[in-house]
Write a protein that binds this ligand. Structure first.
Ligand code: HEC
Ligand code: HEC
Length: 332
């Protein structure tokens, strides 16, 4: 009987994955998507190597004090643990730093999804007043003056350091940030003992009983729907409307991935919710009224045991191999 329930579950999960596959057909995660890092000396190897070192190098910021990694820390699944990030000279950024877990699978970037490519996203923090407050051309000068970097650019692109080299190399590194070995992934791969009974019950709540997968579905628990989850009645952040200037886009945000969610708090675009338990309570309340709010955000009630099972399922999305993978650091 139990086996049948789990099998049904597994099929349900598989169907969800397939549904995503047919929709946007984002690149599958896993081995097939990995750059061929084993081919040392390949152009891809030097592209990723250059991008990784630039990701960790503070020369990208005007006063050379912070790097991408200041706000995207590996052990925190490339977030920074703050409600809102802090740029050079302690300038406050208006938003919470998002995880870069499986960011190569995304098709739109920034919390409101206004940026269309990982390459163009590299330019954003460089020029943002509250982040690096610098200029792409000046960054390129600095990189070109570093003989090691210039050498890797030559090997990776047969080119000197250009804006393309800067953006493509960092994006190439970001595309290696693949997480697919959480207990949940092991379960999906057929290791039913990877989740305990509480986590399995939480998984059932997530996939079958509650509305979570209306928004958080697919291999990364997001199909990048643009919506609103009823955090406030009146938002300080206008969301996607800042680009489109359309009232219907007010406080509309991209549905975030839930991979590694247990280590990426505090939560939401403004870091206003500290714990996963409080996030669940927010959804239980049905949220605040908002014209853009997804119709699936409706009140429901959980016992404290159910709530804790759901949190524990979300914790099963933590991939410790990803958080500690030496290939994502520069110190080896
Ligand atoms: C001062 C902190 C800070 C620095 C430095 C920083 N970021 Fe970010 N990053 C953020 C915040 C905050 C956001 C969300 C911004 C928004 O939505 O407007 C973000 C968004 C992103 C995203 C979009 C993710 C998604 O799923 O939409 C990527 C990719 C990214 N950053 C990569 C980088 C890279 C590469 C660098 C260095 C070139 C960098 N960041 C430097 C804080 C920072
Ligand atoms: C109508 C779509 C929708 C539904 C249904 C939904 N969410 Fe969300 N979720 C979002 C959006 C949009 C955000 C980002 C909001 C923001 O940044 O202000 C979000 C954010 C989150 C976050 C925080 C992510 C982060 O990185 O800060 C968690 C955790 C979460 N949701 C879990 C759930 C769970 C569990 C359920 C089911 C009970 C659920 N969501 C149902 C749209 C939805």
């Amino acid at each position: 009987m139990k086996a049948v329930v789990y099998f049904g579950f597994f099929v349900g999960v598989a169907l969800l994955l397939m549904r995503c596959g047919s929709a946007a057909m984002s690149e599958p995660i896993g081995a097939t998507n990995r750059p061929l890092m084993s081919e040392v000396d390949s152009t891809e190897f030097y592209r990723v190597k250059l991008g990784k070192h630039l990701f960790y190098d503070p020369i990208l910021s005007r006063d050379s004090t912070i790097s991408c990694a200041t706000c995207h820390v590996q052990e925190l699944a490339f977030t920074d643990g703050l409600p809102k990030s802090v740029g050079i000279r302690n300038r406050m950024v208006t938003r919470n730093s998002p995880t870069l877990t499986n960011v190569g699978n995304r098709t739109m970037f920034l919390l409101d999804g206004v940026n269309p490519s990982l390459e163009s996203q590299v330019g954003v923090p460089i020029q943002e007043h509250n982040e690096f407050d610098f200029h792409v051309l000046l960054v390129i000068d600095r990189i070109a003056n570093n003989p090691t970097y210039a050498g890797w650019a030559r090997k990776g692109y047969n080119s000197e350091v250009t804006e393309f080299v800067l953006k493509n190399s960092i994006a190439s590194f970001e595309r290696t940030l693949i997480s697919d070995n959480s207990p949940y992934d092991k379960f999906i791969d057929g290791n039913y003992a990877a989740l305990d009974n509480g986590q399995k019950k939480g998984m059932e709540l997530f996939f079958e009983t509650l509305n979570c997968t209306e928004c958080h579905s697919g291999p990364d628990f997001t199909e990048e729907r643009l919506t609103n989850n009823g955090l406030y009645e009146v938002y300080a952040d206008s969301g996607r409307m800042r680009l489109t200037e359309t009232e219907a886009d007010r406080a509309i945000f991209k549905v975030p991935t839930l991979r590694n969610i247990a280590v990426t708090g505090p939560y939401m675009h403004d870091g206003s919710i500290e714990t996963l338990e409080e996030v669940i309570k927010h959804y239980e309340s049905g949220g605040h009224p908002h014209p853009g709010k997804g119709k699936e955000i409706v009140p429901f009630e959980l016992t404290s045991e159910e709530r804790s099972n759901l949190v524990r399922f979300l914790e099963a999305l933590t991939d410790n191999d990803f958080l500690t993978n030496p290939a994502f650091r520069v110190d080896y």
